[in-house]
Write a protein that binds this ligand. Structure first.
Ligand SMILES: [Zn+2]
Length: 286
């Protein structure tokens, strides 16, 4: 037996990655498996041999190192059966069979981390390289966020990073905005099929003065500017003889509202708006 020790729910043994952590009994989805404990360390300390490859990021500039006597070599997988919630607690994200290796996706706690690890996890959806959360495929990110295994500090940092995606000269025009109201997005009918499949992608809008800004622009029906703005859009569509539809959107994601009421665009999202946020499609021409 290559057995490195037994605990209540797991044991440590040889794995295809060296050593790993395995389920000592069936573990149910949502069940807590272990809590990672270790000293608070800096990025520099994390690079020292004793912590290297055994530290976790727990804040923008915070790391947790290895506790020498309590090594829990939980390996990475691109299709993990566990994830980290709250204060470094590993929980099962699906039912885990007895003797199955327990893994989590290291990318869920990587931010501003230039390291690139090769991945040979063997999952069908293996990404072959382990790097920061922001580089994960969109769908994977959404799944992890839904499972609650992406730390709040990381999501906050990404949202702040998003602010910096607004070109400096435009920042004064936009402020953070959340709403439960329905927002409107007008689009040529020809785009509809693609939108229902992929959601609304951030785009560089046509007006010359907004060039270089990628966002999904929407109208805020409650704003007094909406009606005149709509009139302009419809006149433009008529000139191009485009058939347009109005999408009703309800989203909880981070939005920005224009502080300049003369703008045609009143609300924007820097991130793509998933198709499930579209609650109604309305014909507005003809
Ligand atoms: Zn992989």
């Amino acid at each position: 037996m290559n057995d490195y020790g037994h605990f209540d729910k797991f044991y440590i043994a040889k794995s295809k990655y060296g050593i790993g952590v395995f389920a000592a009994r069936p573990i149910k989805r949502g069940e807590r498996i272990m809590v990672f404990k270790g000293p608070s360390i800096t990025w520099k300390e994390a690079q020292m041999p004793e912590h290297r490859n055994h530290f976790f990021q727990i804040g923008v500039d915070k790391y947790q190192g290895k506790m020498p006597s309590r090594r829990r070599p939980v390996n990475h997988s691109c299709n993990p059966n566990a994830g980290i919630i709250g204060r470094m607690t590993l929980v099962a994200v699906r039912n885990i069979r007895i003797d199955e290796e327990i893994t989590f996706d290291y990318s869920t706690s990587m931010y501003n981390d230039p390291s690139r690890m090769k991945c040979r996890c063997g999952a069908k959806i293996c990404r072959h390289v382990i790097r920061e959360f922001k580089y994960l495929p969109k769908q994977t990110k959404q799944n992890y966020i839904k499972l609650g295994i992406v730390p709040k500090w990381l999501l906050k940092a990404l949202s702040e990073e998003a602010d910096s995606r607004i070109p400096k000269r435009y920042r004064k025009f936009w402020y953070k905005f959340k709403t439960n109201s329905v927002l409107y997005h007008i689009t040529p009918r020809a785009n509809l099929k693609n939108i229902m499949k992929k959601g609304l992608e951030p785009r560089d809008p046509a007006p010359r003065n907004w060039r270089g800004m990628h966002a999904v622009f929407m109208g805020y029906p409650r704003s007094s500017e909406y009606k005149p703005a709509l009139k302009n859009v419809l006149a433009h569509a008529k000139k191009k003889s485009e058939d347009v539809v109005r999408l009703h959107i309800r989203t909880k994601q981070q939005l920005y509202r224009s502080s300049n009421p003369s703008r045609t665009f009143q609300v924007m999202s820097l991130d793509y708006v998933p198709a499930r946020c579209i609650i109604k499609i309305e014909d507005i021409l003809g």
